[in-house]
Design a protein around this ligand. Structure first.
Ligand code: PMT
Length: 407
C-alpha cells in the first residue's frame, strides 16, 4: 500500500526525533516518497543533512525561510502528501495543532491539510497527564481526518519510568499502511448536500422540516476517512455536527434557492454527488419584509423550488456518479424508482418513515439501495454504519465490482 505514496513527515522538538531517520528509511524501503518538515526545535535533535540525505528531499522549516526557492512552497505540501505524520508530536505542537495556531511550516501545513494525519505524541508522563494536553489530544481525536497513536510505557529521556514514549517507527509505519489501505477515494471530489432548508415567510417565520443533517454528515465523514476530498453544502444543522466534520469543506446555505446555486456550482467539479438534504419542495410565493399580522384565516401561496437533483442529473457527465435519497411514507419502492429515473440518478437510497428508528433526527436508519442492478435491503443500523454501507456501494459501483448482498 505504501509503494508510490507521498508521505509528509512533520517532526517537532522532542528527544524521540532521533528515531525519525529510521522511520524515513522504513518508508523509503517500502517504496514511499518522503518529504520532511521540521520545527526549529526538532533540528536541535536531528540534523538537516541527515533528514535530506535519507528522504532525498529538502527539509521545510520556516514559513519564510530564505533558502526556500518560493517562500510559500511548503503550502503546496498538503496537496502533494497522501498522508501527514507528526512524530514526535510534543505537547507544544499538539497544543498549536488543536487550537489552530500556525507559526511554522509544520503547523501551517497541518492547518491546511485535508488528507489523513497520523500523530505520534511523545513527552514526559506528567505533561501527558496534564488536563491541557489531555484536552488538546481529545480535540485532535475528534477530527475525522486525524488519528492519534497511543504512547508507550517505559523509560523516558527525563530519567523517569512512565507513559509518554513515542510509538516505535515500525508501529507508525504499520498504522500509516493501515490508514492508506482504506484510501479508496483518494483524488476523488465528493459533494454532499445536507440538512434541511428554511423558506422564509417573513422576518420571523419560515417553513422547514425535521432533517438534522446526521445522515449526510455521517456519509461525509466516511468518504473523508477513505481519502475523498469532501464538500458539504449544508443547510442549518447543529454546530457540533460541523465541528466533527473537520477536514471537509462546508458551504453554509439556508434556503432551497441558495442550496440549488451552491450545489449546482460545486457539482460541475465533483466526481461523486450525494444528495442527502431534505430540500423544501415549496417556498412562499412572496416574502413579506414586515412581520405578518395574525388573522382568523390565512392562505399562504407557495411556488415550487428548483429540483437540484434533476438539474444535476441533466448535466451529469459519464464520469460522474449521482446518488439521490428518497424519504417516503407510502408506495416506497415505486416512488423511489420513479425518482431514480426522472432525476437521472445512478442509485437512490430509500428510507421510509414507516420504519421505526429510520429517517429524520434519530441516530439510526434503515435503507434500501436501488440502482440499475436491482434492490439491496439493509437492516436497521447506526447512521455511521449506514454511511459505511452507502459508501461501500458507491465504491463497488465506481470500480465496477459486484456488490455483495447482506445475509
Ligand atoms: O438529516 P437526518 O435527520 O439524519 O435525516 C436523514 C434524511 C431522512 C433527511 C435522509 O436520509 C433523506 O432521506 N434525505 C432526503 C430527503 C428528501 O427530501 O427526500 P425526497 O424524496 O423529498 O427527495 C428526493 C431527492 O431529491 C433527494 O435526494 C433530495 O435531496 C432531492 N431534492 C429534493 C427537492 C429539491 N428541490 N431538490 C432536490 O435535489
Amino acid at each position: 500500500m505504501l509503494k508510490g505514496k507521498h508521505i509528509l513527515v512533520g517532526i517537532s522538538g522532542g528527544i524521540a526525533a532521533y528515531k525519525i531517520p529510521f522511520l524515513i528509511r522504513l518508508f523509503r524501503k517500502s517504496g514511499a516518497e518522503v518529504k520532511v518538515c521540521a520545527t526549529a526545535n526538532a533540528l536541535q535533535f536531528v540534523t538537516v543533512v541527515t533528514l535530506e540525505t535519507l528522504s532525498g528531499n529538502k527539509v521545510y522549516t520556516d514559513v519564510f525561510a530564505p533558502h526556500n526557492e518560493h517562500s510559500t512552497e511548503h503550502i503546496s505540501l498538503y496537496d502533494w502528501a497522501d498522508l501527514m505524520i507528526v512524530a514526535p508530536a510534543t505537547a507544544n505542537s499538539i497544543g498549536k495543532m488543536a487550537n489552530g495556531i500556525a507559526d511554522d511550516a509544520l503547523t501551517t501545513t497541518f492547518l491546511a491539510m485535508r488528507k489523513p494525519v497520523l500523530i505520534a505524541p511523545a513527552m514526559n508522563s506528567n505533561m501527558l497527564a496534564h488536563p491541557a494536553v489531555t484536552k488538546n489530544i481529545a480535540t485532535l481525536k475528534s477530527w475525522q481526518h486525524v488519528t492519534v497513536l497511543d504512547t508507550g510505557e517505559g523509560f523516558l529521556a527525563c530519567g523517569t519510568m512512565g507513559s509518554g514514549r513515542m510509538a516505535e517507527p515500525e508501529d507508525i509505519l504499520r498504522a500509516a499502511d493501515k490508514l492508506l489501505e482504506a484510501q479508496t477515494f483518494t483524488g476523488k471530489r465528493i459533494l454532499i448536500t445536507a440538512g434541511p432548508t428554511r423558506e422564509a415567510i417573513d422576518p420571523v417565520r419560515y417553513i422547514s422540516n425535521h432533517s438534522s443533517g446526521k445522515m449526510a454528515y455521517a456519509i461525509a465523514s466516511e468518504f473523508l476517512k477513505r481519502g475523498g476530498e469532501v464538500t458539504i453544502v449544508s443547510g442549518p444543522v447543529a454546530d457540533e455536527l460541523k465541528q466533527k466534520a473537520k477536514g471537509c469543506r462546508i458551504a453554509d446555505v439556508t434556503s432551497a434557492g441558495q442550496m440549488f446555486d451552491a450545489a449546482t456550482t460545486f457539482a460541475a467539479n465533483s466526481d461523486i454527488i450525494v444528495l442527502c438534504a431534505a430540500v423544501a419542495d415549496f417556498t412562499p410565493a412572496q416574502y413579506s419584509d414586515i412581520k405578518l399580522k395574525r388573522h382568523d384565516e390565512m392562505t399562504l401561496p407557495l411556488r415550487p423550488t428548483q429540483d437540484i437533483a434533476a438539474a444535476i442529473g441533466r448535466n451529469k457527465t459519464t464520469k460522474q456518479l449521482l446518488v439521490g435519497f428518497a424519504l417516503e411514507t407510502n408506495n416506497e419502492t415505486e416512488n423511489a424508482q420513479q425518482k431514480l429515473k426522472s432525476k437521472n440518478l445512478d442509485m437512490i437510497v430509500l428510507n421510509s418513515l414507516r420504519d421505526d428508528g429510520a429517517g429524520f433526527g434519530v441516530d439510526t436508519n434503515k435503507i434500501t439501495i436501488i440502482s440499475g442492478e436491482g434492490e439491496q435491503h439493509y437492516p436497521l443500523k447506526s447512521k455511521q454504519e449506514v454511511a459505511c454501507d452507502i459508501v461501500d456501494f458507491v465504491e463497488h459501483k465506481l470500480y465496477e465490482r459486484p456488490t455483495i448482498p447482506e445475509v
